[in-house]
Design a protein around this ligand. Sequence first.
Ligand SMILES: [Zn+2]
Length: 315
Amino acid sequence: MVARIVALNSFGYPLTSLEDQYQKDNKDGIQGYVSSGIWLNASYINHSCYSNVRRSFIGDMQIVRATRDISAGEELTFWYKQPETTGYKKRQEKLQNWGFKCKCAICADDKKTLKRNLTMRDNLVGDFNAAYSAPRGPNIAKAERALTALEETYKKPATEVPRLALEQPYLVLLKLYAARNQAADVISSARKFFISLGFLLTDIPVSRAPTTTCLPFHVKRWGLMVDSVLEVWLILWTAYAIVAPELVDMAEACAKTAYKICIGEDSTFDQEVGVVAREWIGKKVCYGRVEASVDRFVWHRSKVANSGHDADIPM
Ligand SMILES: [Zn+2]
C-alpha cells in the first residue's frame, strides 16, 4: 500500500527544466529521469489536459506556475502527461497507470465527437502532411486549405475546447514561413496557432502590416500552454521586429513569460535565447532562419511528457 501511494504521488524530475529542453540531452541517449521525489502540496494537484498551471524543476525545487488567470476558488490542475494530439484513446492510455480517465473539456468533447468526424480529422492531418512534404516542395495553398477544413471539424469554440490536432501543423507552417523570412505570414500562422489553443487575442493595428490577417496581436487571455507556445513567441518576437517594431518589447515580454512558465525562471532567458534573438532582430531576420538556435529549443514531446508525475515509476 505504501509502495502504491509512493508510485501514484511521485514525480520524476530532471536536474533543471532548462537542461531538460535541450536536444543534445536526447542525442546523448539520456532516457527519462534519474531522480524522483514527492512534493506534498504538488501531489494534491489533479490531472487535466486543459490545465491551468505547469510545473518545472530547479534541482529538488518544484515550481508550479499559473499558465493563465485563475479565479479564486478554481481548482489547480496540471497534466501528468502532456496531452496527445491524436485523440481520446491515446491520451487515456498514457494515464492508465493512475487508474482514472480524464474528463477534461478536451477529452469530453473528443468522446462526444462522431467517429466519422474523428476519422475526417485524421485524414485532414494526413492531407496537410502530404501537401507540406510534397516531393516538389511544400504546397502551401493545399496545406492551408487542409487546416481550414480541419478547423471546421471542431464544433465548440477553441476557448472552451482547444483544437489539439491543429497545434503541430500550424507550428510547422509557421516555421516554414520563418525560414523564408515571411514575417507577415509568420504572424498570420501564429495567430491561428494561438487561437486553436484557446488563446484570446487582441489585434493591434500597425501601419506596416500589409493585410488584416497578419495584424500583430496581444494576448488577452492565455490558452493551453503546450511547449511549442514558447517556441512560437520566440519566432514571433523577431517577426514583430520586421512588421511592427513598436511592439517588439511586448513580444519579448510574452516570450519571457512563456519561458518562465516552462523553465521555472527567466534569469537565464537572455543567455539562452534573448541574445541570439536580438542579433537576428538587428539583421531583420526571423528567428526560424537560425535553425541551430531554434533547434536548441525543439521540445521533445516524449521526453517532456515524462516530466513530473511519471508513469514509468513502478507501481
Ligand atoms: Zn483530458
